[in-house]
Design a protein. Structure first.
Length: 205
């Protein structure tokens, strides 16, 4: 799209690089920011600067945090023998909202997707294997019920089999093709509570 200002054009192009934001949405967002006064705009820009400068990933689970360890990993009331594997922090928020899980998490940072050029080496898998050997009794595979999610689940299952740990997966109350973040709390909570051994999901397939 040809815009009357090169500065406007540049800002729109930058916003359009965000996931799910097309050129029209990007233009709408930029025009909204343009109507803000200098103080409001500076607060917006400063928030982004602070985000990049101070937000980090938990050294243990990979969740987003302001400190070395996230609040969940530091919580002494959490069951440290139970680890739920998710794709990103949005899944943690979805599961936490159900109030049905009291263990720890492990954030992979995505899923295996050859089409997108994402392989096992691009994910937070090695640290999961390390955690599987340290006072862990059960690992729940709670990835999205998509082809990529299922393929990643199977890859993790094969890698984790050699360790003395139970490997389970969430019940299929979550519809096939759904991301956890879009699943209602009741359904997701039941899927976590009614999790099954991963071998059972292989037999169903």
């Amino acid at each position: 799209m040809e815009l009357p200002s090169k500065f406007l054009q540049n800002a729109v192009e930058q916003f359009a690089t965000l996931p799910g934001v097309g050129n029209k949405s990007a233009l709408r967002l930029v025009l909204h920011l343009l109507r803000k006064n200098h103080e409001e705009l500076n607060e917006f820009v400063n928030a982004l600067d602070q985000l990049k400068e101070n937000v980090r990933f938990c050294k243990k689970c990979g969740n987003i945090t302001d400190d070395e360890l996230c609040s969940i990993c530091m919580n002494p009331k959490r069951n440290k023998e139970l680890i739920c594997v998710v794709e990103d922090m949005r899944d943690i928020l979805a599961i936490e909202n159900t109030g049905s899980f009291n263990g720890l998490y492990h954030v992979l940072g995505g899923h295996i997707s050859p089409m997108e050029g994402i392989g096992p080496g691009d994910l937070n898998i090695d640290t999961l294997l390390e955690r599987a050997q340290l006072n862990c009794t059960e690992i729940i595979l709670a990835l999205s019920t998509t082809m990529e999610g299922d393929s990643t689940n199977f890859y993790l299952y094969k890698k984790l089999q050699k360790y003395d740990v139970n490997i389970t997966t969430i019940a299929r109350g979550v519809a096939v093709g759904d991301a956890l973040e879009y699943t209602d709390e009741v359904t997701l909570g039941r899927s976590i509570s009614n999790r099954t051994p991963f071998e059972t999901s292989l037999n169903r397939g």
